[in-house]
Design a protein around this ligand. Structure first.
Ligand code: MRU
Length: 368
């Protein structure tokens, strides 16, 4: 996507220096900082500390991470056990988004299939680059399929703006291009459908107000930031036509783990008869599990992310303490929305109901 006229992605391979580079998203929208990922520890740190975040991007970063391990491994004589154990460390960087283990395992198995070191390094890099391009195509298709939902509502409203609520950032910063939840919005906007986006600020790290608002603004999409608590109110007052969110892990039965607060939006949408769609590439389905509440690991992060708020102060990025110094805080980073609250999934293969039978008929190749 374009940032001030320049093509940008949140991760890329710089051919000249043979380096994996990422946007450090922690400082957006106020500072655009680029970092190199030279070692597996750099890569783990970037995922854990959320320089890179969002399920498809974490998957792509993990995929490049295997290449990075191999380049470092130069000194370790192509040892399989070393590669597998370093990949395990990489997969443990964040627990909820299934894309991370998916990306790492896919590149690792391709690499392990090559018997000489040089071929391994090349195969790992090629596979990571392939994953990136596949996810770009997946998100473009999600945009095309999802646009039809927006188009239909626009027709029903005689061209009046379609109000779409989204939570967290499931935009190109979280993917590579287009985003998942935002792909249908960008597609509709680019096709002259009048849209307006309610952007949940998404505490504690404000991926909505910092990142989604920045992305939408750079593309010219009309949007308004609301507090996380305002969603129910705007829905009750007819100000929301459609909710679209992303996901970090979705079971084969359609339970959805996404950024904390998504469940409450789904409940409010149900109570107000507002369609609630989840947009995702197939890399975000966990085909091994059916029960989201029982089987999806929910990340608990540093309570400091709740106790402090970050923003721009006199031209400098600062963090300030909000609650009493002594109060405890608990930082559950994701929640699970049961399939019964989801209207449908927008995937690269089309739109499907949130039920195991329907999902598996769209993805018959994923049957156990
Ligand atoms: O903690 P984050 O910022 O990695 O959480 C991201 C989300 O919850 C996104 O909605 C999800 O990864 C989907 S990204 C297309």
């Amino acid at each position: 996507m374009k940032v001030d006229g320049k093509d940008m992605r949140p991760i890329w391979f710089e051919k000249e220096s043979e380096t994996v580079q990422v946007i450090d998203q922690r400082f957006l929208p106020h500072k655009l900082i680029i970092e190199d990922l030279n070692t597996v520890d750099d890569t783990i740190h970037a995922i854990r500390e959320m320089y890179v975040r969002g399920a498809p991007l974490i998957g792509a970063t993990g995929a490049f991470g295997v290449y990075v391990i191999l380049v470092q491994e130069n000194n370790k004589g192509g040892d399989n056990e070393y590669l597998v154990s370093e990949c395990k460390r990489l997969k443990d960087a964040r627990p909820t988004a299934v894309n991370l283990s998916w990306g790492v395992d896919r590149v690792m198995s391709v690499a392990l299939n090559r018997d000489n070191y040089k071929a391994r390094v090349k195969a790992a890099l090629d596979e990571a680059l392939k994953i990136v391009e596949e996810e770009v195509v997946n998100c473009r298709k999600i945009g095309e399929y999802g646009m039809s939902v927006i188009e239909e509502i626009s027709k029903e409203k005689n061209g009046k703006p379609v109000n779409i609520l989204t939570h967290c950032n499931a935009g190109w910063l979280a993917c590579i291009e287009y985003g998942t939840a935002t792909a249908p919005i960008y597609a509709a906007f680019d096709n002259n459908i009048d849209v307006h986006v309610w952007v949940d600020e998404t505490r504690p790290l404000n991926q909505g107000s910092r990142l989604t608002a920045w992305e939408l603004g750079k593309h010219g999409v009309p949007h308004t930031i609301i507090t996380d608590n305002a969603g129910g109110h705007v829905m009750q007052h007819g100000m929301v036509d459609l909710v679209i969110v992303g996901t970090d892990r979705t079971t084969r039965a359609g339970d959805v783990a996404n950024k904390i607060g998504t469940y409450l939006k789904a409940l409010a949408a149900k109570d107000n008869n507002i369609p609630f769609y989840v947009a995702l590439p197939s890399s975000t389905f966990d085909w091994e599990i059916t029960d989201g509440l029982a089987d999806i690991p929910i990340e608990e992060r540093d309570p400091g992310e709740i106790r402090y708020v970050q923003g721009l102060c006199n031209g400098k990025i600062e963090k300030v303490l909000v609650p009493p110094e002594a109060s405890k805080a608990a930082n559950h980073a994701f929640d699970v929305t049961p399939a019964r609250l989801v209207t449908g999934f927008i995937t690269e293969r089309g739109i499907v109901r949130a039920a195991e039978k329907d999902i598996m008929s769209l993805f018959p190749d994923k049957k156990k």
